[in-house]
Ligand binder design. Structure first.
Ligand code: PEP
Ligand code: MN
Length: 363
């Protein structure tokens, strides 16, 4: 995708909406009563909200509640008429999309289990041709940025201009406190590759539990993401899907009021002067790091030659353990995170081994 590609900002889709752009509403539309009572409370606190509710639900195992289906589109229409909030739901097939377009649903999202499949995304892209409905694309369940960008690209090539990504975290085999690992570095990478693409953070599916939603949302705002999707249910305890992570409209209001929304820039001259000064000091520190690395690699070069001439192996486990321990202790004494030092030294060590292997190979 050319990096000159320009996506319109979220506040141009629905003028008047400020950052964060919000998408609050239940995981699933369960009944007209549940949808409307949740929507009324959300609209009272967040009149500019876009109301979400899943109509067709992708469930991991068969037999669970799979959504109320097409009848729920009527409930969403009522939400829109009564509260004025635009409405959004998930589409996974061209038939879902067609039903949404017919019902006048304002926006659609493509779910994580659909983004993983290029065949299905292409079917949706073909069905979207000739429409101008805004489309939000969740990341695939696996941490594959190319697959995510590929899905965005397919929809963009279908002529859809109002596009946004939704970050909902990634499946992890490790024992983590999140339902889906946030892997923020992947989102930063997406932002670097497609700088104008809006990104919304689905704090609910990352968290999996109400306790983590605030900190995940704050982090998303601090990384300058554009909006938040948070699952909100009038009575989470009896929700037919994702009961564990949904919060009431009341809890949602409190949570949002605690968020600190900082802007990515400031007009204050003093702020800019001070920032410039700090940044030039960071640049100097970076220069010192690089000079040290150059000196280190020169020494590694000499060591490589020396080992080769003396018939000694490149890698000596005990020495590597000593180096690592020494630096973890050194850094730890100044408050540096041990895990960070370990990762840093693993990269440095890998390069040292590569250099010496090259020397050994030459002779
Ligand atoms: C959802 O938003 O309810 C949902 C099914 O999400 P995901 O596709 O991220 O699992
Ligand atoms: Mn859900």
């Amino acid at each position: 995708m050319p990096d000159t590609l320009l996506f319109p900002p979220l506040n141009s889709w629905f003028p008047g909406k400020e950052r964060p752009f919000t998408i609050f509403g239940p995981c699933s539309a369960e009944s007209e009563e549940q949808v409307l009572s949740t929507a009324r409370q959300i609209a009272a606190a967040f009149p500019n909200n876009v109301f979400r509710a899943g109509v067709w639900k992708p469930r991991t195992r068969p037999g669970a509640f799979e959504g109320a289906g097409e009848q729920a589109l009527e409930w969403l229409k009522t939400v829109k008429e009564e509260t004025g909030m635009p409405v959004i739901t998930e589409v996974a097939t061209p038939e879902h999309l067609e039903a949404c377009l017919k019902a006048g649903i304002d926006m659609v999202w493509i779910g994580a289990r659909t983004t993983v499949n290029p065949f299905t995304v292409q079917l949706l892209a073909d069905a979207l041709k000739g429409t101008d409905i805004p489309v939000l694309i969740k990341n695939p369940v696996n941490p594959d940025l190319s697959l995510w960008i590929g899905a965005i690209e397919r929809i963009e090539r279908a002529g859809i201009t109002k596009l946004s990504a939704i970050h909902r975290g990634f499946h992890s085999f490790e024992n983590i406190s999140y339902r889906n690992a946030p892997r923020w570095e992947i989102v930063i990478d997406l932002k670097t590759q497609l700088p104008t693409l809006p990104i919304i953070c689905d704090a609910s599916h990352i968290s999996g539990t109400p306790e983590l939603i605030q900190s995940v949302s704050q982090k998303a705002m601090d990384l300058d993401l554009d909006g938040l999707m948070i699952e909100t249910h009038i009575n989470p305890a009896v929700a037919l899907s994702d009961a564990k992570q949904q919060i009431t409209p009341e809890v949602l209001s409190k949570l949002i009021s605690t968020l600190v929304i900082r802007s990515a820039d400031s007009n204050d001259q003093d702020f800019h002067r001070k920032l410039l000064e700090l940044r030039s000091r960071v640049d100097s520190a970076d220069d010192v790091i690089l000079q040290s690395l150059i000196s280190r690699m020169h020494l590694i070069h000499q060591i490589g030659e020396y080992k080769l001439n003396n018939h000694v192996t490149i890698f000596q486990r005990r020495r590597w353990e000593e180096v690592l321990k020494r630096q973890i202790d050194n850094g730890g004494a100044s408050g540096l995170d041990a895990e960070f030092i370990k990762k840093l030294y693993e990269v440095i060590h890998e390069e040292s081994i590569r250099l010496q292997t090259e020397i050994f190979g030459r002779k």
